[in-house]
Design a protein around this ligand. Sequence first.
Ligand code: ZN
Length: 226
Amino acid sequence: MRKYVIMGVQGSGKGTQSQLLASDLDLVHISVGDIFRWNVQHHTKMGAQVRRIMAEGNLVGDEMAESVVRDRLTEHDWNYGFIIDGFPRNRRQALFFLESYDIDGVIHLDMPDSEVRRRVLARRLCASCGMDYNLLASSPHEAGKCDACGGQLTTREDDNEQALAVRLKDYHEKTNPVLELFRGKEYVITVDARPDANTVQQEIRYKLGLPPLQEKPAEKEKPAEN
Ligand SMILES: [Zn+2]
């Protein structure tokens, strides 16, 4: 059983790296952000709360985040372990997590703010089908139009300089204490998140003492990551 936490600022490739690790180790990838997004899309009561909090540019509160994690982990569908992404985001959540679950490692994807800014501001979203694009990785065939459905590409409302500066500041203020706490327990491995996804993945595995990812035949990289 392997239990990992993955941490990194938005745009550092947490989702991609979690999936690469989860898929061949049979880990369950738990993305707290995805759970919230699912609730927003399905108009649940929690979704309405989340939508309001995010529209104000804030992060979801500790109690809500903790209960989502608790509920998800009590499903016990993770026979080989899990990798959790988007939690814990602050010291209180980290203490809750350490009391409730023993973990094997914390993967810290390290990316300078300047690089985060460059990547996040290049993100686009199809207004019709919701497909993600990153203009740095691959442009759509026709500028401003979705390859899949022809819909208009838009920017997420919170992907602008100002909102991003607030999120970065908030991220560092809250997660630095979490990293300190985990480092005190010698759980943390830090990996440079700037290289391509495959290189980052191999480095994670090397540092966790896992076998390398088997090279797959050339596959076009996903255009966007989160
Ligand atoms: Zn589309």
